[in-house]
Ligand binder design. Structure first.
Ligand code: IPD
Length: 264
């Protein structure tokens, strides 16, 4: 098994290269390749090209590892390490020209189920913002060389972020969740890229984050960033199609979990 430090260096290098490709393609103009689960759930040519680049580089560098990405077929490896990849998280932002999008790459051991894997390394690069977040198990979370720490509680309430699924049938339930969360909030953000939301929790720019129905590639690198920055992350209702992910400093995570569990 490889050391987390070795894995995070590769993840960071690939996230930068892939992010630069995404940014270049954005400047050339976005082409919608297809819609997925609903009309709002889109994939661009760049999502596919960026994932192909990452996958090819990983195949060259670590041919025995598995791969699990948003835009292509999964592949089981023999080394015990699997790469969990979102080539462009925040695709709708990307398509609209909003800079909050990122490449998210994580290395995990133990398969592709977030409740069973052990994350080893993660990198999230936001090319339009020029920020690289990294974490290696036991080595902390970092933003461009600065060690990250989740926020300390203040008396003002928590600055929370959330996201919504693409299926309009889920909006009502998600809004009911927001209503509950607001009882502990100073304000709420919906920036449009879950991986970046988690990175911001790690950086103390948000006090907490919650969202139902995230996919493994949305949360793999970001969850490791939060826990390595001293925060807590958990999922519940994992036997449903839309498990709830909650992340934050321990007090915010615990309070949010209590409020949102009462509803489910
Ligand atoms: C989406 C973003 C969004 C979240 C959605 C995700 P994508 O990922 O992370 O913030 O609310 O649940 O699906 O589709 O842009 O890779």
């Amino acid at each position: 098994m490889s050391a987390p430090q070795e894995l995070v260096e590769l993840a960071a290098e690939l996230a930068r290269e892939a992010g630069e490709l995404a940014r270049r393609r954005r400047a050339e103009g976005v082409h919608l390749a297809a819609t997925k689960s609903s009309l709002a759930d889109i994939v661009t040519d760049a999502d596919r090209e960026v994932e192909e680049l990452i996958r090819g580089r990983l195949r060259d560098a670590r041919p025995a590892d598995g791969f699990f990405g948003e835009e292509s077929d999964a592949e089981t490896g023999e080394s015990g390490v699997t790469w969990i990849v979102d080539p462009i998280d925040g695709t709708v932002n990307y398509a609209y020209g909003i800079p909050s999008y990122c490449v998210s790459i994580a290395a995990v051991e133990g398969g592709t189920n977030p409740d069973e894997w052990r994350a080893l390394a993660g990198a999230i690069f936001a090319p339009a913002l020029g920020e690289l977040f990294t974490a290696a198990r036991g080595e902390g979370s970092w933003l461009d060389g600065r060690r990250l720490q989740v926020s300390e509680p203040t008396g003002a309430g928590a600055l929370l972020a959330t996201g919504f699924g693409y299926d309009p049938a889920t909006h009502e339930g998600d809004l009911a969740t927001v209503r509950r969360a607001m009882t502990m909030a100073r304000d709420l953000r919906r920036a449009g890229a879950a991986a970046l939301d988690l990175a911001y929790v790690a950086a103390g720019r948000l006090d907490g984050f919650f969202e139902r129905g995230l996919k493994p590639w949305d949360l793999a690198a970001g969850s490791l960033l939060v826990s390595e920055a001293g925060g807590s992350v958990s999922r519940f209702d994992v036997d449903t199609e839309r498990p709830m992910l909650v992340a934050g400093s321990a007090p915010v995570h615990d309070r949010l979990t209590m409020l949102l569990r009462e509803q489910s």
